[in-house]
Design a protein around this ligand. Sequence first.
Ligand code: APR
Length: 254
Amino acid sequence: MTFDSALLEALRAAHHVVVFTGAGVSAESGIPTFRDCLSGLWERFDAASLATAEAFRADPPLVWGWYEWRRSVVHRAQPNPAHLAIAALADRVPRLTLITQNVDDLHERAGSRDVTHLHGQLEHPRCFKCQREPEALLPVPNEPAAGRRVQPPACAHCGGPLRPGVVWFGESLPINALNHAFQAAEDCELLISVGTSGVVYPAAEIPQVAWRAGATVLHINPSPGPLHGERDFALASTAGLALPALVGATFAKR
Ligand code: APR
């Protein structure tokens, strides 16, 4: 795999690198993405209607069962070379900010620290009524049949049903995480956007904020979207191939 020398120089010279990831970074771990027409979860469920507070109110066991199935898929998955390369990159640059749209914990399991989750985390459910998180992490579900109803546990404090700790359509993103992400995008010299379709805002704005602030931006995606022009690069590749190759090509000489 060959890289534009300007891109490698920008990565070598960067004091602050932002890595912004979407579902595509976990695809090679066997976790379906949302819009990939072959494996996308949307194909199996009408996720846009399931991933809402209204759907949960209407049928808590169906929505909770779907997320428990996703949690069981994540639990059986392993970090892939893309997650591992991002964790390794953090040790090669002065400062790295990792921002993800993903609700799995594969970045953490690959060794990344201080991961900013813009859309919440599967492992942190909270009470639908009083918003409290349970005292302990919930046991990993046996693999419920996809789409099987599972009664959500009751909150120990108020008895309300637990809900998944993810941001549903129509809900606001955690404001501290979003502000942190935008500040990092404004400040960085280089942003690597990996495995995202860039269609869900406000998260999709983050690479554009970095580019407008003068940073170099690299998009890693088998089918990358249009580029702005200067300082904007794309690698039409999977994350599992491109990221280890990029880190190796950039820092091999050191
Ligand atoms: N490596 C890199 N990119 C990949 C790979 C791979 N191996 N496989 C697929 N992709 C790309 C696809 O081409 C697609 O552009 O990953 C992208 C996944 O896009 P989406 O499924 O839309 O996922 P994402 O961009 O993270 O969605 C954003 O939308 O549904 C909501 O909350 C959900 O966080 C999610 C948000």
